[in-house]
Structures are given as structure tokens and as C-alpha cells.
Design a protein around this ligand. Sequence first.
Ligand code: ZN
Length: 484
Amino acid sequence: MDIEQDEEDFPIPVEDDFPVRVEDDDVIEGERSGLITGRTRPGLWKRVILYLISVSAAFVVGTVILRAIYPSIDADATVPATDESLDISKASVVLVSIDGFRWDYLDLKDDEGKPLAPTLRKLRESGVSATHMQPVMPSKTFPNHWSIVTGLYPAWHGIIDNNMYDVRDETFFTVFDHKNPKWWFGDPLWSTAKRAGLTTAAAFWPGSEVVSDRFSTPDVYLDYDPEMKYEKRVNQVINFLGGKGMPGDREARLVTLYLNYVDRNGHEHGPNSEQVRKAVQDADAALGELIEKIHAQPFSNRTSVVVVSDHGMQEMKKADALVFDDLVSTDDFISPATSPLGQFFPTNGTSSSQLFQSLQAVQAAGGVQVMMVEDTPTNWHYKDALLFRPPVVSLCKPGVSLFYKSILDQKSDVWGDHGFANDEQNMQAIFIANGPGFPSDGRRIDNFKSVDVYATICKLLEIEPSPNNGTAKTVDNVFVNKKI
Ligand SMILES: [Zn+2]
């Protein structure tokens, strides 16, 4: 495992290529709205030019508003310093993602009634947590991990799915070929923190290896190795926190840790499998080890842990699958994904509306809704994307899949999947925060979303957040002293 050092200076601020549009409604909601420019629709260039003209002014307005939403550290007297020796100006945080950890896995128990995730439950009871965390749409790994660290909806951070297609140069994004910076927008936590003078490191995180002139990489990051043992990942985190392997031996103030086996087993065996139960225990044990090792270090009195997941998991059955190529002719479009959220780009002179019409045969089979992208629900924030978005989409109901026969033939009778509507119960994720920077009363926060994590961690670290879609009231509820 090689550790790469990023020696480059912090690049130009994101506003140079990240147009921001602030709308009245968004201000009221404490949210930010923006656009990524592109040329996927007729007449778009005219709109783009108009937006570019207003970019500078809009960004200034957005920044002023965001500063008002997220007050400076002096104004914040509500962060409880439970340990008097805590120097909050040096707060550190480990952001842990357990991929595919469904919100109700916290309730799993063994045959004797003992919880399978005792560490997480203890962190929840002596910290602060979300009743459940709503993922962004689509409830997929890369969009959600990038929303967690940027606070942006996919429409504005660019990663609108695990698989994407760029009509401009006919290139594809996949999780296995994702490092081209052209797909990535926003200002990830490590970039924000680095700009504020903090050192950062990643023991994996989707997007942490992307080298871009829009944002910086963590000071130290590891090449993703899905087979690396959890123990080694945890040891890396402890080293980073203590300054080992960091530039100038400076202690890392923000470290990410990514655990992938709960998701992998969920996909392969389904969420109700023994393998998922074992994977939940393993992830919880790794967290227990992390906490124990932090407590043995001098930095423990200023180090907090935030544990999240990116989405839940739905049990899938072959009996409920639709065979895509049995239903329609597949000649006149490109589809980077068909299920649960299908993306369809017309080709060979076919229009979007013709494609929409031909896909009605899929909808008629039942369990799948076909939509023009403009008609997708507003709260998906999906239709706002101007780059990479498909003109026609489809969405399966939970449990229903839509696959080419060649793909479906490789599936077993039962498996797991995610990517369904982000308000479905089985798609909900977790957010648990614990440590000297957080309340310790076990409070549960309602309506917490993955786009709220970014501002929460910025507040913990007392650094200025970039414009984001987090909701200030929700973030405040994480920290504010509990009223009885
Ligand atoms: Zn995932």
C-alpha cells in the first residue's frame, strides 16, 4: 500500500468554476442552489452565459448568506465542552463510513438477544444521532459519499450516479474508472479543512483520490484497496491522528475511514442474510478497536468520531425481476444504468420524447415508472443537473429490478440492491456523532440528511464551510444544549 503525498498548493477557489445561484426559497430553507454548466439541452448556452455573468455577484451573495446561516465560532457558545481540558480550536474528527449500513441494522441481535452492533449503540446512547439519515437521490454509493463530504446535492456536485455518461465526448464514469476530475465539483471537507490550515488524511473515501484544480486532495490518502483488513485501516487512522506519515509529522485533524464489507455482503446475499449479520459485527468490532485505540492516545480528549452510512439495502428476488431487452428494442439509446434508477440517452436521431414513448412498454410491465427528467420529483434535486443528466429516467419500486437478460442470468435467487427512492424506509442510512465536540445526552435528530454532515463537521472543526445544501436548523440541533 503506497501512501501518496500531495505537495501541490491549494488550488484556485471553487467559485471560479462553480457557478452559484441563490434563490429566495433556498435562503428561507437555509439551502444553497447552484448550477453546473453544460451543453446538454437546446438553448442552454444562452442560459449558461447569463449565469456566468451573474456568477461573481451570486457567489458573494451566497457566501454572505451562508455566513449568516453558519455563524462564526465566536458567536457559538452552544458547543458543549464536556472536558475542560478540551481545546476546541484543535478539535479532531474521524469520519467513518460503513457502506450500505441500513439504519435498522442497529437493532439486529444474536440468538441470545445481544446486539450485533454494541459499539455503535453505545456511541449513539452517549452521543448524538439521527433517527435515520436520508440519503440523496439516487441512493447510490458515489453520489452519497460525495454529498456527505461536500454538503451538496448531486445536481451540483456532479456525481449524479455510480455510472454516468457524458454526451459531449461520449465518455463513461464508473466506480472502477472515476478519477477523471471533469466529473467532480464542490469543495470536499478535506479541501475546506486544508484551506483553513488543518491537516487531513483519508484511509479511503470515494473521491479522495481525485486530483483536480477545483479542490485539493487530503494531505495524505491511500490508494483504494477493497481487500485491506479493517485492522490495518484503523491503525492507519491512529497513525494519521498522531502525525505518523503526515507532512511535517503534523497531527491530522480530519481523517476519513471507509468500511466496505457490509455493503458487499448486502449485495451478494441480501440484507437478511447471515453474511450481513457477520459483516455488521465485523464493522462494529473495527469501530470498537478504533475507539479503544483513540482512548489510549493523548489526542483522545479532543478527538470525536462521526459514523455515517451512504444508503440502506433492499432485498431483491429474481422472481420479481423484469427482463429489459424482452420489453423494448435497445438499439436507439445509451443506458449507463437500468436499475433501480435507469438512465436513457437517445441515439441515432431518436428524440427524447420518442425514447420516452418507446419505454412506456417497460412501465406497462409494472413496478417501473418512466419519466422525462424534467418531471422527476423536485425533492430529488435531480432535474437541476445540467451536466451528465439523462433526458429520460426510470425508477423501480423497491424489490423490482430491470436488467438485461445477460446481467440477470448472473444473479442468484436472492440478492440486495439500493438506489431506490430516497424516502423509502429501506434506503435510510445512519448518522452517529460522539466525542468531546458533541453533546453526550443520546439525543436523536429528526429530518437529518446526508447533505447536513458537511456543515456539521465544519462547525465541529470551527472552519468556514463552502456554500452547501445543509439545513442550518438541523445542524444547530446537533449541537444546541438540550432544553428540558
Ligand atoms: Zn454504498
